[in-house]
Design a protein around this ligand. Structure first.
Ligand code: HC3
Length: 413
C-alpha cells in the first residue's frame, strides 16, 4: 500500500510542497516535490504512450475512404489519452513527478503484436528548455508518428500545464501517390486533487487533428464541475476542414473509460448511427519490449537512471540525491567543455530544422500552430532524421569498456 502523502516521513511534507507551488515560477523541473511523490520513470518514456495499441495505430493504412481514415486517426488519438494521462495513476490520485531527462537521454523499444513490429525512438533533444522528441513507425504499413513536446506551467488554484509542440502522423495509403499527413495539437491539462494529497490529471480546452486530405477533428475536454459533469469527459467532431457545421462523425464519452463514435452530427438519440464503442478494458495494451539494462546504451533512460530508480524504490533519499547530482554535474561539465570547444551536443536521431517545415506551412494555420513550431520554447523545430537513425542502427554495440567510458564522461557514473 502507498504511504498517504500527509503521513510521509522525512524530506518535506505535502503542506510544505503546496506552499512551494503557490510561489512556483513555471519551471516544472525546478519543483521540489517531497520524496514520496518522486517517480523513477523519466519523461522520455512517456513517448511510448502514443502507441500502446499498435493495431489501432496502424489501422488507418488499410482504409481506402479518406473520411473514414480520418475517423480512424481520431479514434487512435482518443485511445492514447488514457495511457498518456491516467495510466501512471490508475486508481487516480497518485500522479508523481517524473525524472527530468538529461540532454541526449534515449528511450528505445518496440512492440511485436498483430500489427507486426512497431519501433519507438524517444530522445531528449533539449534540456533548457526541456523538450522530448519521438518517432514511432509501424514497419509493415509505414504508419509513422513523429513529434516533440515541452510543457509550460503556471499556477492558478492548481498547476496548469500548456503543452508546447505537436505531432505529425503519416499514413501511407495503398495506391495513393502521396501519404496522408495529420497534424496533431496537444491538449492542456491541470493537476486535480492536490489539496487532498492525491494528484491526478484532468484535460481541458480543445485540441485538433487536421489532415492533408481536408478533414479536421476538434476534441473538447471537460471534467467534473462543482455541480455536474463526469471526470475525464470528451466530445469530438470530425468535419471537412473549414466546415465545422458539416459533422461527419461525432464522439462522446470519457477518455479513461468508454467513448462512442457515431457517424453524422450529434443526435439526441444516442444509439443512432453508432459506429463503435471503445472500451479500454476490452482491448489490452501491447507490451513494449526494451533491451535488458545491461545491453542498453549508457544513455538509455533505464540504464542511466538505474541507481536513482533503485534509491527511489528503497526510499533511500541520500543515494537518490547523490546519484542525481552525479548525472547533473557531469552534464553541466560537458556543456562547459562543448561551449569552450565551440561544439554542441549532436542528437542521435533528430535534427532541428533550419528552413520552414512543409507540414506546418500547409496545415499549421488550420489549427493555429505557427510555422516556426514554437522552436524558441522547445530548443528547435525537431524532425526525425532518417540518416542519423540508419547510422545509429548500423553502429556496433559498445563494448563494456566503451560503455563504462561513456557513462563516466557523460553521466559521472
Ligand atoms: C505535467 C507532468 C509532466 C509532463 C507530462 C506530459 C505532458 C508529458 C508528455 C506526455 O506525452 C503526456 C504527459 C503526461 C503527464 C504530464 C505530467 C503529469 C505531472 C507532471 C508534473 C511535472 C509533475 C507535477 C508534480 C505533482 C506531484 C503534482 O504530480
Amino acid at each position: 500500500m502507498e504511504t498517504p502523502p500527509q503521513q510521509a516521513a522525512g524530506g518535506g511534507s505535502w503542506g510544505a510542497f503546496l506552499k512551494s507551488i503557490a510561489s512556483f515560477n513555471g519551471d516544472l523541473s525546478s519543483l521540489t516535490a517531497p520524496p514520496f511523490i518522486l517517480s523513477a520513470t523519466s519523461l522520455t518514456e512517456f513517448s511510448s504512450y502514443w502507441c500502446e495499441h499498435p493495431p489501432v495505430f496502424a489501422a488507418p493504412a488499410k482504409e481506402t475512404d479518406p473520411a473514414k481514415r480520418a475517423s480512424l486517426v481520431l479514434k487512435w488519438f482518443l485511445t492514447t489519452l488514457k495511457q498518456q494521462y491516467a495510466s501512471r495513476s490508475e486508481q487516480y490520485g497518485n500522479e508523481k513527478k517524473p525524472l527530468n531527462p538529461f540532454l541526449g537521454e534515449l528511450f528505445l523499444g518496440k512492440w511485436e503484436d498483430d500489427a507486426g513490429t512497431t519501433e519507438l525512438i524517444s530522445e531528449q533533444v533539449s534540456h533548457h528548455p526541456p523538450a522530448t522528441a519521438y518517432n514511432i513507425t509501424n514497419l509493415p504499413t509505414g504508419v509513422r508518428l513523429e513529434g516533440y513536446n515541452a510543457q509550460k506551467a503556471s499556477f492558478s488554484k492548481t498547476i496548469n500545464i500548456k503543452q508546447i509542440g505537436h505531432a505529425v502522423l503519416t499514413v501511407p495509403v495503398p495506391g495513393a501517390a502521396e501519404p496522408d499527413t495529420y497534424l496533431i495539437t496537444l491538449p492542456s491539462l491541470h493537476i486535480e486533487g492536490l489539496i487532498f494529497g492525491s494528484p491526478f490529471i484532468e484535460l481541458d480546452g480543445s485540441s485538433y487533428i487536421t489532415s492533408s486530405t481536408g478533414y479536421t477533428a476538434k476534441i473538447d475536454y471537460s471534467g467534473k464541475g462543482w455541480l455536474s459533469g463526469k471526470k475525464n469527459s470528451l466530445t469530438a467532431v470530425l468535419y471537412p476542414t473549414g466546415k465545422e457545421k458539416e459533422v461527419l462523425y461525432n464522439v462522446s464519452g470519457q477518455w479513461t473509460k468508454t467513448f462512442e463514435i457515431h457517424s453524422g452530427p450529434v443526435k439526441s438519440n444516442s444509439s443512432s448511427n453508432l459506429v463503435e464503442i471503445w472500451d479500454p478494458e476490452k482491448t489490452p495494451t501491447s507490451k513494449l519490449i526494451i533491451e535488458p539494462i545491461e545491453k542498453q546504451h549508457p544513455l538509455e533512460s533505464r540504464r542511466a537512471w538505474a541507481k536513482v530508480a533503485a534509491g527511489i524504490a528503497k526510499g533511500d533519499l541520500d543515494s537518490v540525491g547523490v546519484e542525481k547530482s552525479k548525472i547533473e554535474n557531469a552534464q553541466r561539465e560537458l556543456r562547459i567543455k562543448e561551449k569552450a570547444a565551440g561544439r554542441t551536443w549532436e542528437r542521435h536521431y533528430f535534427t532541428a530544422l533550419t528552413d520552414s517545415d512543409p507540414v506546418l506551412a500547409r496545415l499549421g494555420p488550420v489549427v493555429s500552430l505557427a510555422e516556426h513550431g514554437d522552436a524558441d520554447k522547445t530548443g528547435g523545430l525537431w524532425r526525425f532524421d532518417a540518416e542519423k537513425s540508419a547510422k545509429a542502427h548500423s553502429e556496433p554495440a559498445l563494448s563494456d569498456e566503451e560503455a563504462a567510458k561513456v557513462a563516466k564522461e557523460l553521466l559521472g557514473q
